[in-house]
Ligand binder design. Structure first.
Ligand SMILES: N[C@@H](CCC(=O)N[C@@H](CS)C(=O)NCC(=O)O)C(=O)O
Length: 221
């Protein structure tokens, strides 16, 4: 029997946020690999479920849902958003329309600017990301809640990706952000993180000291 939820994913992609949330909530789901090695996210079959050609998509009884933040909000019952809800919504939108798009600019500068200006864009983006992680460290009180939430499972993979991907890595030092570091350590020790790591080949200490994935199927890039 198939499950009512199907996650279109690629290892260590934004689908990881959704996988973690599904595992944490305990919802059964099927997965479909989107093969990035052959640009599967731009194939006609995938574009039919997500016309943006981006990963993830969660197919639900309401139809396909894309945009990581939207999927997490769709999944998030009251117990999966920190209180007060207004605060949680504010941070959810900050993660999805400030931090995540800036990370995209760091990972994919060529999608935003011509070759001659890529270096300048990346330098500016790196500065912006450093400010954003410092902003989280200073203002995101929910980092210290030792409770799983849609916010936590959106942020934790973004900490991982900042350390691993983009044109340079050494700039990102989690030790500069003690709240973020403790948050990362706490979340990587939850069973949802262990299970996601097994499924996508992410290794140990997946948020606080990540290594490049060695996935059983598919590729991260
Ligand atoms: N705004 C989208 C961004 C998703 C996104 O950036 N996905 C990346 C993988 S982490 C992707 O599909 N990259 C392939 C591409 O840009 O072609 C969301 O929140 O779901």
């Amino acid at each position: 029997m198939t499950n009512p939820l199907t996650l279109y994913y690629a290892p260590d992609n934004a689908s990881l946020c959704v996988r973690l949330a599904l595992l944490e909530i305990g919802l059964p789901f099927d997965t479909v690999l989107v093969d990035r090695a052959v640009q599967g996210q731009k194939s006609p079959d995938y574009l039919a479920v997500n016309p943006n050609g981006l990963i993830p998509t969660l197919v639900t009884e309401d139809g396909p849902i894309y945009e990581t933040g939207a999927i997490l909000l769709w999944l998030a019952g009251d117990g999966f958003m920190p209180a007060p809800r207004g605060d949680a919504l504010k941070w959810m939108f900050w993660l999805s329309n400030t931090l995540h798009p800036t990370l995209r600019m760091w990972f994919y500068p060529h999608e935003y600017i011509e070759e001659a200006s890529v270096h300048a864009l990346s330098r500016a983006t790196q500065g912006r990301l450093s400010e954003y992680f410092a902003h989280l460290e200073a203002h995101a009180g929910w980092l210290d809640d030792r409770a799983p939430s849609a916010l936590a499972y959106y942020l934790a993979p973004m900490i991982r990706w900042a350390a691993l991907y983009g044109p340079a890595q050494a700039w990102f030092d989690l030790d500069k952000y003690p709240h973020l570091r403790e948050f990362a350590i706490w979340f990587e020790n939850r069973s949802a993180a262990h299970e996601a790591s097994r499924a996508e080949g992410l290794g140990q200490t997946i948020f606080s000291a990540p290594q490049y994935p060695n996935p059983p199927e598919g590729s991260a890039l």
